[in-house]
Write a protein that binds this ligand. Structure first.
Ligand code: GAF
Length: 399
């Protein structure tokens, strides 16, 4: 049992005075490539990491959902019958008004979305207590939010006998995030967290929602994936993420297509003529990034992980120069990793802070950590937190 699992079990017992009916967990994720393409109905290639959020949960007889976590001291309760009035059409208002604490809107949003998606009546399901603990770093761009959503959804799937598969659970996560919390994200993180596999990435077509597991072969090749967490926290419910999504919608409208997925490289000449410069560069990132995801999948299958370094670096350059979501810290982390021989490196996740991901020889992991530390110190940035991540299993029942 990991420390976080033990904490969730102990917190549940402290809250209720009895043992949980079970423990469920879901992982955070890192994205190998394919950034901001998910809400443009494009392609992504994320993988689940070993850092997980655990949900110790049990039924209660009074029709209340009560959630508690090690990341917020106060338990929060809502009647199952009040979920619809709290979240229907709310688009984040329950959080913005202070009616529901932000962290609690993730699991409560899952409960609300689960009832809506399965057509269950509030009166048909028992109340539940859920205690959460996590070792997924928060604000690092490793999707602690998908981890709490996946853990909550997996617990409710069993306790409420919903019989939902991995993709349906992922969709609950997106609904909770978009409509209950109010963050306008895509579905990449939730699919990665629910369908992750050991030593593999999940290729997802965000239009059809078809998935394929892509072998990474890292152990076989003597390679490691290193996260350099810049310690610059980000949030997706506000600011830059929302602006980028709006730019993409503007670009699609300007090009007369339903979504940027409908454009390919050959359309970029026309895009440059008809769109303003900023919108064109946003569009160019999405169109070229979709192609890089497809090329990465092909390269992994035919040549193995050593072949993808150039694609990872090209992805970062596109995010830095065209999509403009990188930061000085992320750029420094990537330059430092490449300077000591990383095969490839790029920022991972939504950007504006968070983490960089580097693909390196196993024997070079410490060099990357030291180089990043030196580069940050030289620029006066707070020290980064550098650690390896291993592509891991998705959401599951642990006990
Ligand atoms: C965040 C979002 F939650 C994802 O949906 C995705 O858009 C990502 O940023 C950028 O690729 O993690």
């Amino acid at each position: 049992m990991t420390g976080a699992q033990r904490q969730a079990v102990a917190l549940f017992a402290e809250l209720t005075g009895h043992d949980a009916d079970g423990v469920w967990s879901a992982p955070g994720r890192a994205n190998l490539i394919g950034e901001h393409t998910d809400y443009n109905e494009g392609f992504v290639l994320p993988f689940a990491i070993e850092h997980r959020t655990y949900a110790a949960a049990g039924m209660r007889s009074d029709g209340t959902v009560r959630v508690v976590s090690t990341f917020d001291g106060e338990p929060f309760s809502l009647a199952v019958s009040a979920l619809a009035e709290t979240f229907d059409g709310a688009r984040g208002r329950a959080v913005a008004s202070g009616a529901v604490p932000e962290w609690a809107a993730y699991p409560l949003g899952i409960a609300w979305a689960a009832l809506a998606a399965t057509g269950r009546d509030a009166a048909d399901v028992p109340g539940v207590d859920i205690a959460f603990a996590s070792d997924v770093p928060v604000g690092a761009g490793l999707s602690s939010s998908a981890a709490i959503e996946g853990a909550a959804a997996s617990a409710l799937n069993d306790l409420w006998s919903l019989d939902l598969g991995g993709l349906a659970i992922a969709k609950l996560g997106r609904t909770a995030e978009n409509d209950a919390v109010g963050a306008p994200t895509g579905i990449m993180d939730q699919v990665s967290s629910t369908l992750g596999r050991v030593d593999a990435a999940t290729f997802l077509d965000c239009r059809t929602l078809e998935t394929a597991s892509v072998d990474l072969g890292l152990a076989r090749e003597g390679l490691a994936l290193v996260v350099i967490d810049t310690q610059v926290s980000h949030a997706h419910s506000t600011g830059g993420y929302r602006d980028r999504r709006a730019s993409c919608e503007k670009g699609a409208a300007g090009m007369g297509v339903p979504s940027l997925r409908d454009l390919t490289i050959v359309d970029l000449d026309r895009a440059e003529r008809v769109l303003d410069d900023v919108t064109f560069r946003r569009v160019r990132h999405i169109v070229t990034e979709n192609q890089r995801v497809l090329d990465t999948v092909e390269t992994l299958r035919t040549a193995g992980p050593r072949g993808v370094g150039g694609l990872l670096v090209a992805s970062h350059v596109s995010m830095r120069d065209d999509f403009e979501i990188s930061t000085a810290e992320l750029d420094a982390a990537i330059d430092a990793a490449l300077a000591v021989g990383a095969i490839g490196a790029r920022m991972t996740g939504g950007g504006f802070g968070g983490a960089a991901l580097a693909l390196v020889e196993t024997g070079r992991v410490d060099d990357v950590a030291e180089a990043a530390g030196r580069a940050f110190a030289a620029r006066g940035f707070a020290a980064p937190h550098t650690f390896t991540v291993t592509p891991s299993e998705g959401a599951r029942r642990d006990a």
